[in-house]
Design a protein. Sequence first.
Length: 240
Amino acid sequence: MAGRGSVGALLASGLVAVIAIGGAGGYGVGLLTTAERSDASGVAAPLGSLQPSTPSPTVGTTPTPPPKKIVPDNSEPLNADDLHYKTRQFAATSVVRSEVSLRVPGNWNFTQPDPPKIGRYTDPTGKRWLRIEAGFTIRRSPADSMAAKLVDLGTVPANQMLSIKSQTVDPDTHDATLVYTYVPDNSVRYVVVRWVANGDGLCTFEIAVTGLPQDQAALEDVLQHAADSAARDDSPITPR
């Protein structure tokens, strides 16, 4: 069984490798979608609710869209003390079939796209969710997976107003964590993506949480519970 029982509280610990890149407003998040673009190496397009971006047209043929007017979503913040966790299971299929087990909020609803490379748990309001990908070949480090994700994010439309907040790699666990915000419609979304390492320092999961900026503390709690408990048991895919 691949996975690590406990990775420790990464976001609360002292990190040696920390790079903060605030205000990268020239990027966008057209790739922020549950329609995955996995390359079977531990990296997929980050989570979100948008459709994949189309190829950029020839320069000069399409006018640049005007900046969005940001309208804050003043919903009550998600409260970590109100979350009750339970162990959930699902199967992710890509290069291999991964039987996945992890702890998530018990009242969050599960959905899965086709092909089932990921599982997604969404809170009752529909404003926060956790996404986990498995089923890929375990061959790349979390740091390399995060670097590949950043390359993907650099190709998306500017009108999504992506802002990279931080990139961190834990020197002890080798987990990598990327934090950014984006504007899918008119309200800002807060995203944390973590690539979880196994004992050999290779990526076994990509786990991401998305919500509102005021949900930051609770989202980190959800992510930590998932990353600490996530395990996968892989088997070959049986041809139909």
